[in-house]
Write a protein that binds this ligand. Structure first.
Ligand code: PEP
Ligand code: MN
Length: 358
């Protein structure tokens, strides 16, 4: 008898659940429509006043037995789910989103493919310092089959008294060294003027961590016909990085590689904190290739092999590594740059990892 009664009541509950489900779904469709209209009219999705009114109205009508607090809590959950639905609808419309394009984007620098079957290694010194320095490092790196040479000509330094880079002359030196050794070139620009100069000298434009949210620069870069390496801001969320990429993509430049380069946290045994989860998350959320800068993220050479392995294991499409022929004499980031021997050992280490995986 008792069992029978419970069964009966459960039947009633199931019916109510069905009705609730139908009502939730109807409600969600209306929420979507509201979201669409708000977006069209550039109105914020979240409206705290409206939410407060809604709870007040419900609480005033509360027939019990749930307390007012519980009613508010239940409807807060409904409101949260609704807002998520509206936000998701917006996210879907991002051009860089995986939902807009499900295939991986490949970014091409001549024959070098980011997002292809092989990880791309970008290596070179922190800054371009001299013809001799660049020639020496490019010659050795090309012997090791490194396809892309890096080197800063415009250096974003924390102190205005630190070496600021060789500017235009640095770009010329970098390009000449790369050309002599059959390599492609990536270098950072910090302004529209730099960009104009760099267009003739670099194969890939780098936007550094400090400029990830320099929206005017992003818009400019969006209009050039060169691949872009967009580094994550050191205090930027992944969503902010994705939106920065969208600025570039939306202006017509679809050749974007994202770069995780560490974020600022309380940890001080590394220069930044490498957020490795960024790699698979960015690859899930966007269709763009993702690489990891293992030098600026850690700021130390002694963990570069395991960190590089971990980056590739997490799905990175490439690595950026600072390499200098004589790191002790480097004019910037001296302590984190590998010498050529150390770099060769890193490549060997990565080769070992590949063998283990096969
Ligand atoms: C760089 O790659 O030269 C550089 C300055 O890196 P970040 O912008 O990530 O600090
Ligand atoms: Mn550096």
């Amino acid at each position: 008898m008792t069992i029978e009664r419970i069964k009966e009541l459960r039947g009633e509950l199931d019916q109510i659940n069905d009705q609730l489900l139908e009502l939730f779904s109807r409600r969600a469709k209306i929420v979507q429509e509201v979201g669409r209209i708000k977006k069209e009219n550039n109105l914020p999705l979240y409206d705290p006043e409206r939410e407060q009114d809604m709870y007040a109205r419900l609480v005033a009508k509360n027939p019990g037995p749930f307390s007012d607090e519980i009613i508010e809590r239940l409807f807060k959950e409904v409101a949260r789910a609704s807002l998520e639905l509206q936000e998701k609808a917006n996210e879907k419309q991002l051009l860089v989103s995986r939902e807009t394009r499900c295939e991986d984007t490949q970014v091409l620098l001549g024959e070098v493919i980011f997002g292809g079957s092989e990880p791309v290694i970008i290596a070179g010194p922190c800054a371009v310092e001299s013809v001799q320095q660049m020639d020496e490092v490019a010659k050795e790196l090309s012997k090791m089959n490194v396809p892309v040479l890096r080197g800063g000509a415009f250096k974003p330094r924390t102190s205005p008294y630190s070496f600021q880079g060789l500017g235009k002359e640095g770009l010329r030196i970098l390009k000449a060294a790369a050309e002599r050794n059959g390599m492609k070139v990536v270098s950072e620009v910090m302004s529209a003027e730099h960009l104009e100069w760099a267009e003739d000298y670099v194969d890939m434009i780098q936007i550094g961590t400090r400029n990830m949210q320099n929206f005017e620069l992003l818009k400019e870069v969006g209009q050039v016909k060169k691949p872009v390496l967009l580094k994550r801001g050191f205090a930027a969320t992944l969503e902010e990085l994705v939106l920065a990429a969208e600025y570039i993509y939306a202006r017509g430049n679809t050749q974007i590689v994202l770069c995780e380069r560490g974020i600022r946290t309380f940890e001080n045994w590394t220069r930044n904190t490498l957020d490795l989860s960024a790699v698979p998350i960015l690859k899930l959320k966007t269709h763009l290739p993702v690489i990891v800068d293992v030098s600026h993220s850690t700021g130390r050479k002694d963990i570069i092999i395991p960190i590089s392995k971990a980056s590739l294991a997490a799905g990175a499409d490439g690595l950026m590594v600072e390499v200098h022929c004589n790191p002790a004499r480097a004019r910037s980031d001296a302590h984190q740059q590998l010498n050529l021997e150390e770099f060769a050992r890193l490549l060997e280490g990565l080769e070992l990892m590949k063998k283990q995986y096969v």
